[in-house]
Design a protein around this ligand. Structure first.
Ligand code: NAD
Length: 387
């Protein structure tokens, strides 16, 4: 079914590290230049359920910067993320995808009602779908993380939201949510790979249900949080008492620079902390902070110190260090999500896809954070999709 139909992947933040790595990786996979290491959907049972093939994924997107994709890929190659032979072989393909990238919504430069901006974003996606004869398009947000938004009553009702969007004197939605609104009004499913507010407002949930569209999120789980959701259930299962779980993250790149702003970092820190609280309870002391270390470039180091207690109050600790090339971990998951959410859309699923919790730090539609259970949920769900 879905495998034979051309499917769109519309990246918001299309010239960022994650997006550039995903596009370069997709082109390299198509050309047989690389193995699908890190691509979950290349494992069973996902290979059996008719997901869109790499050849059938067509990419476009929005961004607010104009550095062409092949130049961004060069920068990532310098950072050790993309091999030079892949860069050379994919340069023409990157330029072709770059031609499909349109200007995103920037609140600082937009004038007029937000409804007009949303209509323009939706038209860009609809044109892309028509031009390439795509069966459906999955919009994936990989733009810079935004701070949490203050709640306003219009976020709770679609009718009220529409009225507020039409008012040129108001900017009721942050860019990520305006993007989600545009995607849903264009009849597209939506994935939030960032911790930004995105689709997680009741009015947008209402819109997704009204349009019969699925959505997934939030905040890709690629490093430290992935380890935490594997290890925390181990302490619980062995009845060991975790007393504190402290984390330090050192990162460079665009994400590091963005998260150097304490306001932007707040969303990320909240998203990371929610998982640990759900796994171990609120009583565990869990300080966590993020430092921008530009020298690290695309690398990210996470250091966790876990203090725990055993029989007769014996005090012990676990320390772990994870050094990852963040975009190399994230990019294959973006491709996986495009395939899975497109298949969910084709199968008539709508609303939050809780079964995709496996991919996210702060999953929509479920409080299940344990990685083993999430793997089970995903596998069962995928088998059902293929049935
Ligand atoms: N392992 C990972 O890399 C990982 C894991 C989880 C979440 N994320 C999230 O993914 C996002 C992307 O990470 P990155 O390293 O690629 O960051 P990046 O800074 O390299 O890229 C972000 C891109 O978004 C663009 N952008 C900003 N505002 C926009 C708007 N309003 N519309 C369209 N585009 C806009 C920027 O111009 C930039 O090109 C971040 O929010 C990050 O927190 C990444």
């Amino acid at each position: 079914m879905a495998a034979q139909e051309p499917t769109g992947l519309w990246l918001v933040g299309a010239r960022g590290s994650v997006a550039t790595t995903a596009v370069t990786g997709l082109l390299a996979l198509r050309a047989g230049l690389t193995a699908p290491t890190g691509c979950v959907t290349e494992r069973e049972p996902f290979t059996e359920i008719g997901l869109p093939s790499w050849e059938n994924l067509v990419v476009g997107g929005h961004d607010v910067v104009h550095t062409p994709l092949d130049k961004r890929a060069e920068q990532l190659a310098e950072g050790g993320l993309i091999p030079h032979r892949v860069l050379t072989a994919t340069a023409a393909g990157l330029r072709a995808v770059d031609a499909e990238i349109r200007d995103g919504y920037h609140p600082a430069t937009h004038t007029g009602a937000q409804a007009d901006a949303a209509a323009r974003l939706a038209a860009d996606i609809a044109d892309f779908r028509a031009e390439h004869g795509l069966a459906r398009v999955v919009v994936v947000n990989v733009a810079s993380t935004e701070p949490p938004v203050p709640h306003v009553p219009e976020h709770d009702s679609l009718d009220d939201l529409r009225r507020a969007l039409a008012d040129p004197s108001r900017a009721v939605l942050p860019p990520s949510s305006l993007t989600a609104y545009a995607a849903l009004t264009a009849g597209c499913s939506f994935v939030d790979f960032t911790p930004s507010p995105g689709v997680r407002l009741p009015a947008l949930h209402e819109l997704a249900l009204a349009e019969g569209l699925p959505y997934a999120g939030s905040d890709g789980k690629t490093g430290e949080t992935l380890l935490r959701t594997v290890l925390a259930p181990m302490f619980t299962a062995r009845a060991l008492r975790v007393r504190s779980w402290a984390g330090t993250n050192l990162l460079g790149g665009g994400d590091g620079a963005n998260l150097a702003d304490p306001d932007q970092a707040r969303g990320k820190l909240e998203s990371k902390a929610r998982g640990l609280a759900a796994l171990l309870g609120d009583s565990v002391t869990a300080p966590l902070h993020i430092d921008n270390v530009p020298d690290l470039g695309e690398q990210k180091t996470a250091w966790d110190h876990v203090s725990f207690e055993g029989f007769l109050g014996a005090r012990m600790s676990l320390q772990l260090t994870w050094t990852g090339l963040d975009s190399a971990l994230a990019a294959p998951l973006v491709l996986d999500l495009a395939r899975l959410v497109s298949a969910a859309h084709a199968a008539g699923r709508s609303g939050p896809l809780a079964e995709l919790a496996f991919f996210f730090k702060d999953p929509v539609g479920t409080d299940e954070h344990r990685f083993a259970q999430q793997t089970e949920m995903l596998t069962e769900w995928a088998r059902g999709l293929g049935a």
